[in-house]
Design a protein around this ligand. Structure first.
Ligand code: NAD
Ligand code: TDX
Length: 340
């Protein structure tokens, strides 16, 4: 079994590589990642010299590179994590999310079809369903919820999903799609809510909470997402979409206060700032399909997961420091040359 993992130098992709190398050490893996600002070669340093693992520094949007890689490696399975993943950046630069998330996915789909991969798994997001009202806690996103995106990011992810599903229907490419809720855990880039708030609090800097902080996100520990993806690849049905989430809804302000409490820092560090444009109110996943059909259940509850996540950022402070100082770009550049 040979698996291509794109975006494997990022937050979830690197957790997935860790998870899979442990769970299926007999598989062969290639990680394709072009090391954008969000990629970090240190995230997968442990794997670089392992037999059965190879890093390829290239872009999913580079047709010639992708075609040559597929021709050479003859992948059985492709798991596409690579994306521009930050909503705020997509609001500032909508063109890039379309180029990477839509055109990059199309490039991979074309290659997967040409080289007859046995499974193409597209990593999507609950954000493709838009948002739910704050005053209807009875409502959840199911796989039948219509696509109703809000941001350039979620629109581009929805475009990629629809293309992947079209390749299943039109060309018979064995595609599966997973739509997961907000992930948290070690090695998340310090622009996303939880690692950003930890980084700011550790430095006694103001914590920027958009608006009143009443928007709700449904948090899942990253390894539980990895477990779901592995199950879908092994036992999921081509053409199907699987929602992934652990019924762990929290208002942003609650999450921020949890971080401050764990670090022993005062709530006075919280600074309410201008709201995000088009800010989605509430995300909440109904995971009953993946639970009933594939037996998936999350293993890490929020209290345990957030405590160990905060501890990880304290114990590995140099990981964040290197990003904030720009030092990580130097070792990424070296890796880009070595693994071109
Ligand atoms: P991330 O931003 O941490 O990592 C993205 C990775 O993709 C980086 O290593 C980056 O270098 C790489 N990449 C970007 N453009 C590329 C290109 N053109 N070619 C090759 N590699 C490229 O993102 P993440 O948070 O780990 O998210 C991974 C995937 O999961 C994304 O598809 C995202 O939409 C999805 N997702 C994320 C969450 C979340 O909470 N973080 C939730 C649901 C779904
Ligand atoms: O500084 C901040 N202040 C703040 O209040 C930031 C960065 C965020 N927020 C709020 C906005 C959201 O309501 O916190 C919430 C979470 O924000 P993000 O971490 O940016 O995540 P979100 O916009 O919910 O999108 C995430 O979940 C779905 C990921 O970034 C996506 O990649 C994933 O698809």
């Amino acid at each position: 079994m040979k698996m291509l993992i794109t975006g494997g130098a990022g937050f979830i992709g690197s957790a997935f590589i860790r998870y899979m190398l442990k769970k299926h050490p007999d598989y062969e893996y290639v990680c394709l990642d072009c090391l954008t600002y969000a990629g970090n070669i240190k995230n997968i340093e442990f794997a670089l010299n392992m037999p059965g693992f190879r890093f390829a520094c290239g872009s999913i949007s580079d047709k010639d590179y992708v075609d040559a890689l597929f021709e050479k490696e003859k992948f059985d399975v492709v798991v596409n994590f690579a994306a521009e993943s930050h909503v705020d950046r997509s609001i500032k630069n909508p063109d890039l999310v379309v180029e990477t998330n839509v055109m990059g996915t199309l490039t991979l789909l074309n290659a997967a079809r040409k080289y007859e991969v046995k499974r193409f798994h597209q990593i999507s997001t609950d954000e493709v369903y838009g948002d739910l009202p704050l005053d209807r806690p009875d409502l959840f996103f199911t796989e039948e919820t219509p696509i109703r995106t809000s941001s350039p990011y979620s629109s581009s992810k929805a475009g990629a999903d629809l293309l992947a599903l079209a390749f299943y229907r039109t060309y018979g490419l064995p595609v599966t799609v997973s739509r997961c809720s907000n992930n948290y855990g070690p090695r998340q880039f310090p622009e996303k809510l939880i690692p950003l708030m930890i980084a700011k609090a550790l430095r006694d800097e103001p914590l920027p909470v958009y608006g009143e902080g009443l928007n709700v996100r449904d948090w899942l520990y990253v390894d539980d997402h990895c477990k779901a993806v592995d199950l879908i690849i092994s036992n999921g049905k081509p053409g199907e979409i699987y929602n992934v989430g652990g019924h762990n809804e929290k208002q942003n302000i609650e999450v921020v206060k949890t971080v401050l409490d764990r670090l022993g820092k005062p709530y006075g560090l919280i600074e309410h700032v201008a709201d995000r444009a088009g800010h989605d109110l509430r995300y909440a996943i109904d995971p009953s399909k993946i639970s009933a059909q594939l037996g998936w259940e999350p293993e890490t509850d929020f209290e345990t997961g957030i405590a160990s996540t905060i501890d990880w950022y304290i114990e590995n402070r140099s990981w964040t420091d290197d990003i904030l100082s720009g030092e990580y770009l130097k070792y990424n550049e070296k890796a880009a040359e070595k693994y071109a």
